[in-house]
Design a protein around this ligand. Structure first.
Ligand SMILES: Cc1ncc(COP(=O)(O)O)c(C=O)c1O
Length: 284
């Protein structure tokens, strides 16, 4: 709301986090999807769309994306930053999952790259690392934009609960958030590995999936001819569920895709879920 005028174009990843699109719809913006591959948003496709659509902003989740678990490498981050600088659009970098890294070294925030430093809004959240029920997040933005954000926030809900903010501030002062993140990282790494180990037996032959280095999700492609939305009903009859991929696409869905989350259940439960899924898929 602070950035957009009615009719402005916002580019988004396809597939992407569709709940964010509501915000753009409220602001009267037109949403245009950008193609992705296993490495996330494709810079060449972005360059073409930027030239054609003259967007006001790009919204993306560059690290352990929802729904795919994909992460943009540093060269792609640079390409995004340089396109934004050259064409003068804003980047909305949504990063609720970045702290949940299980392998490898962190990628730099796009907001930290010199080309994008004065045109990126970086969004963070306590939902995935502390407690989703707190409903506390934060944003980092150039000073000129922050004032507008405060006014928009006031018109939306006056302000976030002061008591909740004070509780979180007290936690950050007295407790060790980094140690807590270390604990959940170790637990989630084990859960991701349990899912990856069991998947080959659970999915139909010819399925593909990625190996996310962090976050909460991985992305599966069933073989041609399978429809993950139809198969969900069979899975639920076997007391297991996943999220079909189709609703995450802004235009043409790939019906073979689905999202699996691996953070809620322990390895034993994940093993049981995969046995149920194997039964469901073999019944098909
Ligand atoms: C990409 C992305 N952004 C934002 C959120 C919501 O975060 P919060 O709980 O801070 O509203 C989610 C949670 O599902 C998400 O996946």
């Amino acid at each position: 709301a602070a950035l957009l005028e009615p009719g402005d174009v916002v580019l988004v990843e396809d597939p992407g986090y569709l709940a964010a699109l509501q915000c753009f719809a409220f602001a009267g913006a037109r949403v245009v999807p950008v193609p992705t591959d296993d490495g996330g948003l494709i810079p060449e496709a972005l360059a073409e769309l930027v030239a054609r659509e003259r967007p006001k902003a790009l919204y993306l989740v560059p690290t352990f994306q929802n729904p795919t678990g994909r992460t943009l490498d540093t060269p792609r981050r640079r390409a995004v930053a340089e396109l934004a600088e050259r064409h003068g659009f804003w980047i909305i970098e949504d990063d609720p999952y970045g702290e949940l890294r299980y392998d490898g070294a962190a990628e730099p925030w796009i907001a930290g790259l010199p080309a994008a430093a004065d045109r990126t809004v970086l969004l963070g959240s306590f939902s995935k690392i502390l407690a989703p029920g707190l409903r506390l997040g934060f944003l980092r933005a150039p000073a000129a934009l922050r004032r507008a954000c405060v006014i928009v926030k006031q018109s939306a809900d006056l302000h976030t609960s002061t008591i909740d903010q004070a509780a979180a501030a007290r936690y950050l002062r007295d407790a060790d958030l980094d140690a807590h993140i270390g604990l959940i990282r170790a637990a989630y790494r084990e859960r991701r590995d349990a899912l990856l180990t069991g998947l080959p037996k659970a999915l139909p032959a010819g399925s593909s999936w990625n190996h996310p280095a962090g976050g909460m999700f991985l992305w599966v492609g069933l073989p041609d001819g399978h429809d993950a939305t139809t198969l969900l009903a069979t899975a639920v009859r076997h007391d297991v569920a996943y999220v079909p991929g189709a609703p995450f696409y802004a235009t043409t869905p790939d019906p073979r895709t689905l999202r699996m989350s691996f953070t809620t259940h322990n390895p034993e439960e994940i093993g049981e879920g995969l046995r149920r899924l194997a039964n469901a898929f073999s019944e098909g």
